[in-house]
Design a protein around this ligand. Structure first.
Ligand SMILES: *Cc1c(COP(=O)(O)O)cnc(C)c1O
Length: 386
């Protein structure tokens, strides 16, 4: 632990906070880029919603990846971090007018459009600016993902995307609009996906849809397959790098591409999750009737994934060499769901010990809230402790 974390520096830092290992971030980005570069038509965008810490964004933007945004705020953050505007894609079921205008002003690469009313509004707003908006349509492929119900997005019952049966009429509508340029199809079936057969199913569906469009004489320049590659939450040390190789290979083998087509990827979690840890201090160890509670100063306001998705993060006492005991690790928030883990072994805890919740670089800091009038956790990069 002492070599993984600058523990002595941590001791004099106000907790809870996020710690981002930028060496691992850089290594991960290199791995993504190297694996994607094996295929000359693959383009990778970083899904900003996973972690928009400015220092993290800057490292990713300098690496040459594009950005996948789901709000006007993310577009602004991406531009500020130095992402080139022609590498920005913009998705989301409910884009507000100001967000569309922000994207139009920036001349982003593409809007991923999720409904006809949205398409009409983009056309109107583009017309008012004398611009032509590039659009892809997000199609709901009705492909399930083997992941938590709250993070599967490609089923008919989900709010996302356009139904497959509506695909052709919607594209035809787009082709009739003067300030819209139809440039491709977009998909995103869910998150934390480790079973490559889910992506194989997506490829099969995309091939079917492409055949339909080809028969209609509709040209498709871009296929955006979204994100969703999962990471190993149980063993961050053993598997710090996600399996980008299998991931890209699955699409290279599965997609029947037409000449000149580009494949876009929108990876969030897999790029930033493993480099981050939430560092928190033990406040109290409390004996319950049947349980031992380790009460820490971080709560669901700092890391909501366990409460929201029943996610489990590896929890380590980085300042104790005591024998492990079985604890419920809980936060101070006035909610029964403010529990990080139940009945897990952690090295013997005492007041003042430092705990690391691992693999917290994605959907951690960015989802923090001020519920209970708490302070937002600070995000530090390794360089801040040099
Ligand atoms: C959330 C999201 C992503 C990123 O998902 P990860 O599982 O973090 O890779 C990509 N595309 C869209 C449209 C999203 O909403």
């Amino acid at each position: 632990m002492e070599n993984l974390f600058p523990v002595e520096k941590f001791r004099v830092t106000r907790t809870p906070f996020y710690y981002y290992d930028t060496a691992l971030l850089r290594e991960t980005i290199e791995a993504v880029k190297n694996e994607a570069a094996k295929y000359d038509n693959f383009v990778v965008h970083y899904a900003v919603k996973a972690n928009a810490n400015p220092k993290v964004l800057k490292i990713i933007s300098h690496s040459g990846l594009g950005a996948d945004c789901v709000s006007g705020g993310e577009i602004e953050a991406s531009l500020q971090a130095g992402f080139p505007s022609d590498g920005i894609v913009f998705a989301g079921v409910g884009k507000a007018d100001w967000e569309i205008n922000t994207a139009l002003d920036a001349n982003i690469f593409c809007f991923n459009v999720e409904s006809v009313p949205e398409l009409e509004v983009i056309n109107e707003l583009a017309k008012a600016k004398g611009k032509i908006a590039n659009v892809c349509f997000r199609i709901n492929p009705e492909v399930g993902a083997h992941t938590h119900a709250n993070i599967t997005t490609g089923l008919a019952e989900n709010k996302f995307g356009i139904a497959m049966i509506d695909m052709v009429p919607v594209i035809e509508r787009a082709l009739s609009l003067k300030n819209i340029k139809f440039t491709g199809l977009h998909f995103h079936i869910g998150s934390q996906i480790l079973d490559m057969s889910d992506f194989e199913q997506l490829c099969i569906r995309i091939n079917e849809l492409q055949d339909i469009l080809e028969a209609k004489g509709i040209k498709v320049e871009n296929i955006n397959v979204g994100g969703g590659l999962g990471i190993d939450y149980d063993n961050p040390e053993g598997n710090p790098l996600p399996d980008f190789k299998s991931y890209f290979k699955t699409f290279a083998n599965g997609l029947r591409l037409r000449p000149g087509q580009k494949v876009h990827f929108e990876l969030g979690r897999s790029i930033v999750a493993q480099m981050g840890s939430l560092i928190t201090k033990v406040l109290y160890v409390k004996k319950g009737v049947n349980k031992l509670f380790c009460i820490v100063d971080a709560g669901m306001t700092d890391l909501i994934r366990p409460a929201l998705y029943h996610a489990s993060h590896k929890i380590e006492n980085i300042t104790s060499r005591e024998m492990p005991e079985t604890y419920d690790v809980v936060g101070p928030i006035c909610e029964s769901s403010d529990v990080f883990a139940k009945d897990i072994p952690v090295n013997g805890c005492k007041r003042g010990d430092l705990i690391a919740m691992r693999s917290a670089g994605a959907y951690g800091e960015i989802m923090a809230s001020q519920y209970n009038c708490r302070k937002l956790p600070v995000g530090y990069v390794s360089e801040d402790f040099k």
